[in-house]
Design a protein around this ligand. Structure first.
Ligand code: FAD
Ligand code: NAP
Length: 337
């Protein structure tokens, strides 16, 4: 049974660096400990939730219940042939370290997602993605614990119902705990460098050498140049999703804003939320302990001792002003607790 701590400060357990208290808190290092912690909460009729790296949550109040932080570790090759490798990873492994491990072994498929914070277990929840790749592109299966029945259940890729920053697990919170994720990675070079400045950096700074290390390093370089490091400035990455609007709405907006950036996607036209927020003059906004990052308007920041509720209120003001100016409703990507 994992050791249960009472009245645990969560400040160092969320990348926003928000100070709130969990009435009960434990760290589970094995699947058995995860199950024991859940049994404990059920037996004592206390609410419980799962915490990974805390990089996609905003704490707005103290947590009254048992917070189970997943720190299970381990990676195992469960199948390989000349073409591909199936790697099963425990939920508590760090995502970025996993990416670098795969880069080192020349296993292709997740290099574009270097430097995304958090755990492997949380990655399928919002179908993490960056630089044109998402975990859904390489995910073979997810092993999860059903909270109602306490039975293990395996989801294949289709059953995860992945969408843009969305999945079955995100839509059905508190029903399953993700325990293991199996990825299908390629052994032969398949690189995706068309997105953003990746190609430009490889051409200008890496001698035009296209290999897995250079793709990961280019992504890391771009990310470091425009995203605040949560160890220095509290944040949870993009606070909002990029909205996808109907072509007809885009056509109307284009007449009024001829330079509106846009990307055609399957279900409509994606407009970068950062541009919309910038047009409403929020970029670099600061008030008291809260702000909008000066290089990336999608990122809300804690300047020191912000309260979660203040950041939530700022996000509401941003949503309102973007709605008033463009008639587009921004959705939050970060989970509000
Ligand atoms: P947490 O924040 O701990 O948890 C998030 C949610 O998942 C919570 O609801 C939690 O209960 C649930 N959860 C966590 N683990 C499990 C589990 N094992 N089983 C069931 N539920 C679970 N995201 C992207 O998609 N792309 C990016 O490029 C990106 N860049 C970022 C950059 C920065 C600087 C930061 C701070 C964040 C960024 N994010 C990005 C968001 C975040 O890193 C991801 O969403 C990440 O997957 C969250 O992992 P976590 O372990 O920190 O999850
Ligand atoms: P960016 O490259 O400046 O691009 C801004 C926007 O344009 C995003 O909406 C992005 O969509 C879209 N875009 C750019 N090139 C595209 C293409 N070729 N096809 C389709 N859409 C395209 O974005 P950024 O803020 O610096 O982030 C870079 C990448 O890291 C993005 O993929 C972003 O999602 C990811 N990221 C995510 C978080 C997070 O917390 N979720 C934080 C930081 C960075 P997409 O977002 O759909 O890619």
């Amino acid at each position: 049974m994992p050791h249960i701590l009472n009245q645990q400060s969560l400040k160092t357990y969320n990348t926003f660096g928000i100070q709130q208290i969990a009435s009960h808190f434990c760290i589970a290092t094995t699947i058995e400990e995860i199950k024991e912690a859940v049994f404990f909460a059920k037996k004592n009729y206390i609410r419980f939730d799962i915490l990974g790296g805390g990089s996609n949550i905003l704490l707005t109040k103290d947590y009254d219940g048992l917070l189970i932080k997943i720190e299970t570790k381990g990676k195992e090759i469960i199948y390989e042939n000349d073409e591909e490798i199936h790697l099963k990873i425990q939920a508590g492994e760090n995502w970025h370290l996993l990416v670098m491990y795969c880069v080192q072994h020349h296993w292709y498929g997740i290099e574009n997602m270097a430097l995304i914070p958090g755990t492997v277990g949380a990655a399928p929840i919002q179908n993490i993605g960056a630089y044109g790749k998402e975990i859904k592109d390489v995910l073979l299966q997810v092993n999860a614990l059903c909270i109602d029945t306490m039975q293990f259940h395996t989801f294949n890729n289709e059953e995860c119902e992945f969408g843009y920053r969305d999945s079955f697990f995100k839509k059905n919170t508190k029903k399953y705990i993700i325990l293991e994720v199996t990825l299908r990675l390629k052994k032969h070079s398949v690189l995706h460098t068309k997105y953003g400045d990746v190609q430009k950096i490889i051409e200008t700074e890496m001698g035009g050498v296209y290999n897995i290390e250079n793709v990961a390093n280019a992504v890391i370089k771009i990310r470091k140049s425009k995203l605040p490091d949560p160890n220095l400035i509290g944040n949870a990455g993009s606070f909002f999703k990029n909205p996808v609007i109907e072509k007809s709405q885009y056509d109307i907006l284009k007449k009024k804003y001829p330079h509106i950036p846009h990307f055609e996607v399957n279900d409509g036209i994606k407009i970068p939320a950062a541009w919309l927020i910038e047009q409403c003059n929020w970029k670099a906004f600061q008030e008291g302990e809260i702000g909008v990052h000066h290089l990336q308007a999608l990122v809300l920041i804690n300047l020191g001792n912000a309260k979660g509720i203040e950041i939530l209120q700022l996000s509401e003001k941003i949503i309102q002003s973007v709605n008033e100016k463009f008639g587009i409703h921004l959705e939050r990507e970060v989970n509000i607790w």
